[in-house]
Design a protein around this ligand. Structure first.
Ligand SMILES: Cc1ncc(COP(=O)(O)O)c(C=O)c1O
Length: 417
């Protein structure tokens, strides 16, 4: 009998056999409140009936319409729908995963700009393929033992105010000054193709980018004439209470990367940019066997319709307000909670360790206690010191309240030892 590779680590002990809305069911018939959303993927909840119907109908018509061989109507529908949501773009290229879309964005930036270097941020996560891992510093597991990684990547400090122990304004000022220093000492603007940033630092610890920092990046991209790439793989499609994480600052990126919540769990990713920028790339340099397959595109078109028609972006904002307020209230009673932050339904609780346990160990203990009580959560941060809660965007007020009760129980159990 085959066994699962030990390369695969799992954040919860659950063996899931069925999903419905915010709930996962195990083989023993027990249900679990899923505040992981499959790492931010099941935007419309597990197996939303309209997404299921779209997948079933498309599977009966055409499963594989290979996009470097033929066109298919679902790809056109998806491109239209995405460009309506990103009106400053106009052109879409599709692939399967977030990592692949990040690679596409880097390939496009280097080709279109004719320059080699990419500036990424400390703590950023952009994927596990070698190119995407080269832009990633969220934790050592993604990079260790893989050198030499792709060259031409320069890291700048991310405005993680809690980590620095400064106010947000001080942190933004410092990080923008360091970025200018990097442009004066390490990568000349004339050698720099793009800056890539997640609107909310994801795997690195759930830290929203302050609006002033995003505006500072846009100003430098314009002044020096390089591209701003927004990695919206985790923040996009309503996750942060706006359709795009960038919408909080009002700053527009030249290239937007989306995946995860886009197709409710079918593998699909995309980059969007202006037709002129896409045309400045290298024709035929991008493609793949499966990217943009009709079934995944049908799921994405249905997902975007459900998000619009069921008002899920507004739900993300209001349920996010409820959840973050509830987590802040927990912080008043549980001393291990050091910082609560986030946007919409992308919320992180940074914990503190004690004399005997690191913060990462406390997060793990709380998460396991929560899982036993029926609530699934995830860790993030360089040492797993942040407990993250990311329910599907369909989560109800009662489900948020229940999640908070279960979290409260878990913190109480852990502090009782
Ligand atoms: C911001 C960001 N970029 C890229 C990726 C990589 O996506 P994938 O795991 O689909 O390759 C992720 C995945 O977590 C992500 O959060």
């Amino acid at each position: 009998m085959g066994t699962r590779s030990p390369l695969l680590l799992q954040a919860t002990p659950l063996n899931a056999v069925r999903g419905e809305g915010v709930w996962l069911h195990d083989a023993d018939g027990r249900r679990h409140l899923d505040f992981t959303a499959g790492i931010g993927v099941t935007s419309t909840g597990h197996c939303h009936p309209r997404v299921v119907a779209a997948i079933q109908a498309q599977a009966a018509d055409l499963i594989h319409g290979q996009v470097t061989t033929v066109m298919h109507p679902r790809l056109d529908e998806l491109s239209d729908a995405l460009c309506r949501l990103l009106p400053h773009t106009g052109s879409v290229f599709v692939s399967n995963s977030g990592s692949e879309a990040v690679e596409s964005a880097v390939r496009l930036a280097r080709h279109a700009m004719g320059r080699p270097n990419i500036i990424a941020f400390q703590g950023g996560f952009h994927g596990r393929s070698i190119g995407a891992a080269s832009l990633t510093t969220s934790k050592l597991a993604v990079r260790a033992g893989l050198q030499p990684l792709m060259g031409g990547v320069v890291f700048a400090p991310f405005p993680y105010a809690y980590r620095y122990g400064w106010s947000e304004d001080e942190t933004v000022e410092f990080c923008l000054a360091e970025l200018d220093y990097i442009l004066a000492t390490t990568t000349a603007p004339s050698e720099t193709a793009a800056i890539i940033i997640e609107p909310v630092l994801g795997e690195g610890g759930y830290v929203p980018v302050p609006d002033a920092f995003m505006a500072g990046l846009r100003e430098r991209c314009d002044r020096h004439d390089f591209l701003l790439i927004a990695d919206e793989v985790q923040t996009g499609v309503g996750r942060t209470g706006r359709m795009w994480g960038m919408d909080h600052s009002g700053v527009r990126a030249d290239v937007v990367i989306t995946a995860k919540g886009l197709a409710s769990g079918m593998p699909l990713s995309a980059i969007a940019a202006t037709p002129d920028l896409m045309a400045a790339g290298f024709p035929g340099s991008q493609g793949g066997t499966y990217g943009g397959n009709p079934v995944a595109c049908a799921a994405a078109v249905a997902t975007l319709q459900v998000i619009e028609e069921e008002g899920l972006v507004a739900n993300s904002a209001s349920r996010g307000d409820q959840l973050i307020a509830g987590c802040r209230e927990l912080a008043t009673r549980h001393g291990v909670i050091a910082d609560v932050r986030g946007r919409g339904l992308m919320i992180g609780l940074e914990l503190r360790g004690d004399r005997d346990h690191s913060a990462g160990e406390v997060v793990q203990a709380v998460r396991m206690a929560a899982a036993e009580a029926g609530l699934l959560t995830l860790p993030c941060g360089a040492s797993g010191q942040v407990l993250r809660v990311i329910p599907p965007l369909v989560v109800s007020e009662a489900e948020v309240s229940l999640g908070l009760e279960l979290l409260d129980e878990a913190f109480t159990k852990v502090s009782a030892g």
